[in-house]
Write a protein of this length. Structure first.
Lengths: 164, 164
């Protein structure tokens, strides 16, 4: 199973693809997409959508897993998250790839077994699960891979539940 | 000047195009785009983006004007607005059409001369400005036309200011 994970942002969008072969995770792709910083929002979204569309087309993942970050009551931040998510969702859906969304606590729980884990703990665990020598920079890259691992892990759980 | 106005929503998206010839407004297009209600969000956004892309391509507006509705502290509603806006922004920007955003108070002020006008007052004024016999249903259609009129009106103001 190949899953493309996405940490949505309109200035930096972490993307990471993880292949799961049955007992181990393999890193397939890891990037932070950064549209021209001074471009207006519509142009940044066009840029992100174009890159994501090309990546989904080339990679042909089985799923796209998108994080829904916690934004408290910050309405402006929530709109920006929605905008970035939409660029990814449109790229996935127009290439026929199903999309799943996960809350930060679900991602943390799946990767570290603890829903209240720190960002640093998540990053360490991602590095360890994928057997990487160096920490991933910027951290959006690790976050995107964590969402992909979260999706794989919850799919496995569902399968196990179905077998029981 | 031809402006495509958009009242963003992921279940119903009002769109309306207004041509301004120098002293009067003409209705060119008015629709409410409604993706399949039971489809998941990614599929609804793909559907909306596809329609909007086709409409922008056919219509070739000079501007796309998008409302940023007031969502108070409702983070979930704000994310949905952001998602719907992104579908429109990507369609506009990928066809080279500039995008402007307006707050509800700006739209109300431009159309009725009063930033605190009711929805009904805005709808009546849109109907009157465009010389329509019947009120527009659903109201998202009138809202979209109001945003287009707002953009035209603020462009005119900027031009007058520049001439002075």
């Amino acid at each position: 199973m190949l899953v493309l994970g996405i940490d949505p942002g309109t200035y930096s969008m972490g993307i990471g693809a993880v292949e799961y072969g049955g007992d181990d995770y393999t890193l397939t792709l890891s990037e932070a997409l950064a549209p021209p910083r001074k471009a207006e929002i519509a142009e940044r979204l066009r840029w992100l959508h174009g890159r994501l569309d090309q990546i989904v087309r080339d990679l042909k993942p089985d799923f796209v897993a998108i994080e829904t970050p916690f934004v408290s009551r910050n309405v402006k931040a929530a709109m920006a998250v929605g905008q970035a998510q939409a660029a990814a969702m449109i790229a996935a859906a127009s290439n026929g790839v199903p999309v799943a969304s996960y809350a930060p606590s679900e991602v943390k729980k799946a990767v570290t077994d603890y829903g209240g884990a720190s960002k640093a703990q998540v990053q360490e665990m991602v590095q360890s699960l994928l057997g990487l020598d160096e920490p991933l920079e910027p951290p959006d890259r690790a976050d995107a891979l964590a969402v992909a691992i979260c999706h794989i892990s919850s799919s496995q759980m569902t399968e196990i539940e179905m077998w029981e």
